[in-house]
Ligand binder design. Structure first.
Ligand SMILES: C[S@@+](CC[C@H](N)C(=O)[O-])C[C@H]1O[C@@H](n2cnc3c(N)ncnc32)[C@H](O)[C@@H]1O
Length: 378
């Protein structure tokens, strides 16, 4: 069917959108969620999904048809899309394997808690930030289960409204060149803090930024040690481009350790508290890659491999433009710079967050030095 007929196909799902929200560009976020859900289903022997903001039902359909969910609860608050949703699920899903409701997501989550009905995967695909739903969603998620959060709030997470970031994330988001990563880390950090109020924790399975939307798939866990190095502040030096993780214990007048020539050293701009640990679970990503290969999802394999390579690198990246600006040189060639860094024994990779950037454990000064050598001796 042609898209303008109102009918769409995505993965194994076939559905009508009528007046429901559907954004084809978000397929990448749905594809990765389906892979994670399918692996969870294999590992745990069951998969019950609560798709709290289902829209036309594309996720509900895909969780069942592709991840083999045993049961899907599809909720959508907008009364105008209920008929389309009902039609889509009736057409594509097994009878008696799903439920449709039209309620506020918070009400649904709280009712799960009241009835002790916990879900293996809770999907919150909200507009703006998901934080108004976070506390209650944690009540609806099984310990060991998955929580998938979406945020379209890039203005706030990008440091353009510090007051709002304090209100919404309980954290200070400042502007710097690695803000796409900051959006993911704020989301994980807020979820970690909120889970912490209940004696629980979250661990990222994968974190995805695709141009305008941040998504994180988290595992809810209990009885894990709280690692102080995973939750703290990130300093950025506007003068030299250096980043520095900062523990809450060291707050106060944080100066850039890389600005050695300035006395006193330049102050750093601090963002946080936010998640400072790995963005992805590297073992889980490996399994997602294998499954994506089996399913011949070659574009997703490519993306997941980039995510795998960046998984354990420090919590920021250097854009090529920043390296050029601070080094007063032409923009370096990305792949060549990565190779030079590796030759010097550093870890270095491209990042799915910004294809005009490098992620590395080398300092920006080293990146500049190598880029300069390369420009004078290509
Ligand atoms: C971004 S769309 C979700 C689209 C769908 N998940 C997809 O992948 O295409 C957000 C949906 O959430 C619904 N919504 C917004 N706030 C809600 C709330 N508090 N409770 C339930 N549904 C809500 C909107 O009507 C909209 O259909």
């Amino acid at each position: 069917m042609k898209p303008d007929s109102g009918w769409y196909r995505e993965g194994k799902a076939f559905f009508n959108i009528d007046r429901a929200f559907y954004r084809p560009h978000s397929q990448v976020g749905r594809d990765l969620a389906i892979l994670a859900a399918a692996l969870y289903r294999v590992r745990h022997g069951q998969l019950r999904v609560l798709d709290a903001m289902t829209g036309c039902g594309v996720r509900a359909l895909r969780y069942q048809l592709e991840a083999e969910a045993d049961w899907v609860w599809a909720n959508e608050g907008n009364p105008e899309v209920q008929a389309t949703l009902a039609k889509n699920l009736a057409l594509g899903m097994r009878p008696r394997s799903y439920r449709i409701t039209q309620q506020d997501a918070n009400q649904i989550f709280f009712s799960c808690y009241q009835q002790r009905d916990f879900y293996d995967l809770v999907d919150i695909d909200s507009f703006g930030s998901p934080t108004p739903f976070l506390q209650t969603a944690l009540w609806a998620t099984k310990i060991g289960g998955l929580l998938y959060l979406t945020s379209t709030d890039t203005r706030t997470t990008g440091g353009h409204n510090v007051e709002k970031s304090l209100q919404v994330y309980g954290a200070c988001a400042r502007a710097h060149p690695a803000v796409h990563e900051q959006g993911l880390r704020l989301l994980i950090g807020t979820a970690l803090q909120q889970a912490g109020t209940k004696g629980m924790q979250v661990q990222p399975i994968f974190s995805l930024f695709n141009g305008s939307v941040h998504r994180v798939m988290l595992r809810l866990v209990m009885d894990q040690p709280w690692l102080p190095e995973n939750y703290g502040f990130l300093g950025y030096c506007h003068d030299c481009g250096h980043y520095q993780t900062v523990s809450w214990r060291k707050l106060g007048d944080v100066r850039c350790p890389a600005c050695v020539s300035s006395t006193p050293a330049k102050p750093m701009t601090l963002s946080g508290p936010l998640w400072l640990g790995p963005l992805h679970d590297i073992d889980f990503l490996g399994q997602m890659i294998r499954l994506a290969k089996d399913w011949q999802w070659s574009r997703r394999v490519k993306l997941l491999k980039i995510m795998e390579a960046e998984a354990n690198l420090p919590p920021y990246y250097f854009t090529l433009g920043e390296i050029g600006r601070h080094g007063k040189l032409d923009i370096p060639r990305r792949d060549r710079l990565i190779q030079l860094l590796r030759d010097r024994g550093y870890q270095a990779a491209l990042t799915h967050l910004d294809f005009q950037a490098v992620k590395t454990d080398a300092s920006i000064a080293t990146c500049i030095e190598l880029a300069k050598q390369e420009s004078t001796n290509p």
